[in-house]
Design a protein around this ligand. Structure first.
Ligand code: PEP
Ligand code: MN
Length: 346
């Protein structure tokens, strides 16, 4: 349920409505729009609630949200949410490129990749320190040592870093190093983890689950939002279908659907979405054309020797070629790539 306040409603009236909502055992989330302030009501909605709220001073109307997700819906928040990371604005007209290795393997591997992706125009450095692995025999990441290397690479390049957190008890640790916390596809419905990242004041990128519907994905985002963290970015990374040629099937249609039903920014990850390096560029371009706010691309100095996901990783040269194509496509569609960070050393 959404309470739309009158155009000139006062702060006292707005907080009066929130107070009443809380007295009724529900939660009220304020969203300040350009004209109207709206208050999202979440919890067990009951039949007479609409009448009770409509009578309060400053209330214009009360609308029932028909979708099961509320705070992530465009009905609640008509304007796009913009998630700020330093001078970057994810969800604005500017396209953001996140790039780096699947896993942080060594200082040399990370620093050389960070410099290369920065030179090619990337805005954010990615790299896994805690790796979710389908097989327990595969590389599972360097753990905190990997986080320290990411912090070192940020110092060297000025690029903010995104890295995955897998466990609720690691949220504080990962948040102390990362600029954006990533929730991986395998953890999209790890509800205690979602609760935990909902309590921090850092952006969270929520990847779509391997076999999740768009509605399940938005409900997962809802867990983070209801805890009070509004800095949520979605990431389409392919879903499991009957097709085996590709690692996953990149669901390009999810991008305009998310834009229609939600206000949250959406990033596309064609590396995991396809599993094959030569499909990354065409699907990255398709995602951008479909309206993605940014891309996440795996890049490795020597994909043949990568400890993880070498088959889908781009070489430095191929990544540079791709960013050039993305720049041209962005311009052709009336958008542009964000201005890269100019900071060299802290
Ligand atoms: C990753 O980005 O490192 C990753 C493991 O991706 P996903 O969770 O989408 O499989
Ligand atoms: Mn990977």
């Amino acid at each position: 349920m959404i309470v739309v306040m009158k155009v000139h409603s006062s702060q006292d009236e707005i907080h009066g409505v929130v107070k009443r909502i809380e007295e009724l055992g529900l939660k009220g989330h304020i969203s300040q729009g350009v004209e109207h302030t709206v208050i999202g009501v979440v919890g067990q909605i009951f039949a007479e609630l609409r009448d009770r709220l409509e009578l309060l001073p400053g209330v214009e109307e009360v609308i029932t949200v028909t979708k099961p997700y509320k705070l992530s819906s465009r009905e609640f928040h008509p304007q796009n949410t913009i998630v700020k990371v330093n001078n970057l604005a994810i969800g604005s007209d500017e396209i953001i490129i996140m790039a780096g290795p699947c896993a942080v393997e060594s200082e040399d591997q990370l620093l050389v990749t960070a410099q290369a992706v920065k030179a090619a125009g990337a805005h954010i450095l990615r790299g896994g320190a805690f790796k979710p692995s389908t097989s327990p025999y595969h590389f599972r990441g360097l753990g905190e040592e990997g986080l320290k290397l990411l912090a070192r690479a940020r110092e060297e390049t000025g690029l903010p870093v995104i890295t995955e957190v897998m466990t609720p008890t690691d949220v504080e640790l990962v948040a102390s190093y990362a600029d954006i916390l990533q929730i991986g596809a395998r953890n999209m419905q790890n509800f205690t983890l979602l609760d935990e990242v909902g309590k921090i004041n850092k952006p969270v990128m929520l990847k779509r689950g391997l076999s999740s519907t768009i509605q399940e994905w938005l409900l997962a985002a809802e867990y983070i939002l209801t805890q009070g963290n509004e800095q949520v970015v979605l990431c389409e990374r392919g879903i499991r279908t009957f097709e085996t040629y590709t690692r996953n099937t990149m669901d390009i249609s999810a991008i305009p659907i998310i834009k229609k039903v939600s206000h949250l920014p959406i990033i596309a990850d064609p590396s995991h979405g396809t599993g094959k390096w030569y499909l990354v560029a065409p699907l990255a371009l398709a995602a951008l054309a479909a309206g993605a706010d940014g891309l996440m691309i795996e890049v490795h100095p020597n994909p043949d020797l990568a400890l993880k996901d070498g088959a889908q990783s781009l070489t430095f040269d191929n990544f540079q070629r791709l960013t050039f194509q993305l720049m041209r496509l962005a311009e052709a569609t009336g958008r542009r790539l964000a201005i890269p960070s100019t900071k060299v050393r802290a």
